[in-house]
Design a protein around this ligand. Structure first.
Ligand SMILES: O=P(O)(O)O[C@@H]1C[C@H](O)[C@@H](CO)O1
Length: 263
């Protein structure tokens, strides 16, 4: 990690105040960054390389409303074959670079019957159904405690502010619980009923491990889902990843405005 931190530090004009992980199709935020410095993942020592369509694979430093931020354009998913330790590696590096705040975004299926494709959801809690945990193994005590409390994974002051900013911007912001599954298969109807029964409002294949790792290190975290599809569609139709990316691109525009406001 130190090798990676030293390498990235050379490119940063200053320590970013916020890191932002851009989910599928949410790359529009990149166009808002001024004074960009981009570092392709394949140039960064020890960094994994992104393989999913809609994830371009670079770390981008830039100024959003004059605040220095570091955007991760392209994230790593467990279903790509990475271990959860690899999935959260960039988050740990961000913290070691001195970044204290993290905004996580994703594209997700809506489990809550009141949600529609194109809605934005503030994630208020998570359920990790990943088959592993990024904290398994020897604990690095300099990163965080062996048994981190997870009763409040998100920064409450920040989430309250986000709700108010959304209201001021006339952005309808849903709230709910995000369930993280390993993927890459989509859910069966019975699994969807189960996920709803256990308290899920949205389901996806990322985010939960990043939040666990960031909270472990004491970062202030906030997270959003773009609801790209209804998990049990009102009309019978097949799920396509292309559609996820398209809806995320369209609805992502609202999220870009909101994230800019929050920053
Ligand atoms: O990185 P995110 O969570 O936005 O990507 C979502 C989840 C899967 O990678 C994929 C499924 O369509 O999009």
């Amino acid at each position: 990690m130190q090798e990676t931190v030293d390498f990235i530090s050379e490119f940063l004009p200053e320590i970013p105040g916020v890191a932002i992980i851009l989910g599928s199709g949410l790359g529009g935020l990149v166009n808002e960054l001024e004074g960009q410095v981009s570092i392709p993942y394949e140039k960064i020592p020890q960094f994994p390389v992104s393989t999913v369509e809609g994830h371009s694979g670079q770390l981008i430093f830039g100024y959003l409303n004059k605040l220095p931020v570091l955007a991760m354009s392209g994230r790593f998913h467990y279903y790509e074959g990475y271990s959860l330790n690899e999935v959260v590696f960039p988050v740990r590096v961000m913290k070691l670079l001195g970044i204290e705040r993290l905004i996580v975004t994703n594209a997700a299926g809506g489990l809550n019957p009141e949600f529609e494709a194109g809605d934005l959801m503030l994630i208020e809690d998570i359920i990790s159904l990943m088959p592993d945990n990024p904290l398994r193994g020897k604990n690095e005590d300099n990163l965080g405690p062996r048994f981190p409390d997870m009763s409040e994974p998100f920064d409450l002051g920040w989430t309250e502010k986000a709700k108010n900013i959304a209201k001021d911007m006339n952005i309808d912001l849903r709230t709910g619980v995000y369930v993280g599954l390993q993927g890459p298969k989509l859910e069966t109807k019975a699994e969807i009923r189960y996920l709803r029964i256990i308290g899920g409002d949205a389901v996806g294949m990322s985010t939960v491990s990043e939040i666990i790792a960031a909270h472990h290190m004491g970062m202030k975290v906030i997270a959003f889902s773009v609801i790209t599809n209804e998990s049990i569609p009102k009309v019978k139709k097949e799920f396509t990843h292309q559609e996820v990316v398209e809806v995320a691109n369209r609805a992502g525009e609202k999220l870009v405005r909101l994230v800019k406001g929050i920053v």
